[in-house]
Design a protein around this ligand. Structure first.
Ligand code: PLP
Length: 421
């Protein structure tokens, strides 16, 4: 019997689906760069009675009574977030990454304003003005791109675009770009044209908090946004960190501008994740995430797989499976999943293939690093990935993945639930 005994008694369908998902996670490897396994402490805050109550407003300025402990929790989360990111102000209420970015745009800009952002097929995110998104219709997005085999950002191009389009905001950040960014170069261009600077570090927030990648706020950026459930390893959610002069506009951009009541069980989980992220263990984790990505990249390159930008400086890499000779990334994603290697298909810069059958597959190391894996396991996983693409037996590969996964249990997951059935 697992800890969800009330649920098991009342709703066997949902209870069983959760148990099955627990087993799926335990027996496969999560290689999706935006995913992670959170801490047992965060699973506890997420499942707590903090889900019950409304807390519209901010600590000391709420709309309903009974806020003493909610105020305490939110103040702690804010102080820890500010300290981790060396920020003057923090808002921990965004329900997730997308509303977090929307709250910044609406809080600091006017509809129709121009935002200069990274091209979406070059690694930018949907919320950076994809034509299909509401933001893409409300704001005027202009694009800079990556260049050359190393995928560099050409700052002369960014500067020329900035001078030509006079953006109100210069936005950097990405969800599928394996290189570090030169924040000081962005800041200099923004200063030249009088633009605000925003870095959406959703994917790499934990690597910045862990001190292994550069912090945009240390290079004069006005605003930093990050999800809390990717490399930060916390509950699903988002945070906005900014300089003092923008604090008021950001807070009212979140509430009442965009959202109603905050999810305080998430906010408590963010507080816990911030406490974790301030430890020496977390810094070692962040270093390991990077080392594992490098090791995986080396293993794949040694077996002939071309990688977008030629390698990685963060937690992810993108395999160009089409250039290697495989049909497309969607087919590769399916073949990997048959073998228990859970990945996602990915567009590559100027992809000649369509979005649902793109050329690439994105691979990330945050979740397998949370399970405690290191160099030896990365070499093994690189071998497994290539064996699958070379047409090896999926069941044999899945058996090897299950054996590997069993050696590295997910911290805090119910081992009994994984065994059941
Ligand atoms: C994941 C991500 C988001 C959105 O987060 P959701 O929680 O999925 O809404 C925003 N920006 C970037 C760069 C991301 O990687």
């Amino acid at each position: 019997m697992n800890t969800l005994s009330h649920l098991a008694a009342f709703d066997p369908e949902i209870s069983e689906a959760i148990a099955n998902e627990n087993r799926r996670q335990a027996e496969t490897l999560t290689l999706i760069a935006s995913e992670n396994h959170t801490y047992p402490e965060v699973l506890e805050t997420n499942g707590s009675i903090l889900t019950d109550k409304y807390a519209e407003g901010y600590p000391g300025r709420r709309y309903y009574a009974g806020q003493a402990f909610y105020d305490q929790i939110e103040r702690i989360a804010v102080e820890r977030a500010k300290k981790l990111f060396n920020a003057e102000h923090a808002n921990v209420q965004p329900l997730s990454g997308s509303p977090m970015n929307q709250a910044v745009y609406f809080g600091l800009l006017k509809p129709g304003d121009t935002i200069l952002a990274m091209d979406l097929t070059h690694g930018g995110h949907l919320t950076h003005g994809a034509p299909a998104s509401h933001m893409g219709k409300i704001f005027n997005f202009v694009r800079y791109r990556t260049h050359g085999s190393r995928g560099d950002i050409d700052f002369d191009e960014v500067r020329n675009l900035a001078i030509k389009h006079k953006p109100a905001m210069l936005l950097c950040g990405h969800s599928s770009y394996p290189r570090e960014l030169d924040y000081a170069a962005f800041r200099r261009i923004a200063d030249e044209v009088g633009a605000l600077t925003m870095a959406d570090v959703s994917h790499i927030g934990g690597l910045i908090g862990g001190g292994v990648l550069a912090n945009p706020l240390d290079h004069g950026f006005d605003v930093l946004t990050t999800t809390t459930h990717k490399t930060l390893r916390g509950p699903r959610g988002g945070m906005i960190l900014c300089r003092k002069p923008f604090a008021k506009a950001i807070d009212s951009g979140v509430f009442p501008g965009l959202q109603g009541g905050p999810h305080m069980h998430q906010v408590a989980g963010i507080a816990v994740a911030m406490r974790k992220a301030a430890t020496a263990e977390f810094r070692a984790y962040a270093e390991r995430v990077l080392a594992n990505a490098r090791a995986l990249a080396e293993g794949l390159t040694a077996r002939g797989m071309p990688l977008i930008t030629g390698g990685t400086e963060n937690h992810l890499l993108v395999m160009d499976v089409a250039a290697w000779g495989y049909d497309d990334g969607a087919k590769a994603q399916n073949a990997f999943e048959q073998a228990g290697l859970v990945t996602n298909k990915q567009l590559i810069p100027d992809d000649p293939k369509p979005p649902l059958r793109p050329s690439g597959v994105r691979i990330g190391t945050p979740a397998i690093t949370s399970r405690g894996m290191g160099d030896a396991e990365m070499a093994q996983i690189a071998g497994l990935l290539m064996t699958v693409l070379e047409g090896g037996d999926a069941e044999v590969a899945a058996e090897e993945v299950r054996a590997l996964a069993a050696q590295f249990p997910i911290p805090g997951h119910e081992p009994r639930a994984a065994e059941s059935r």
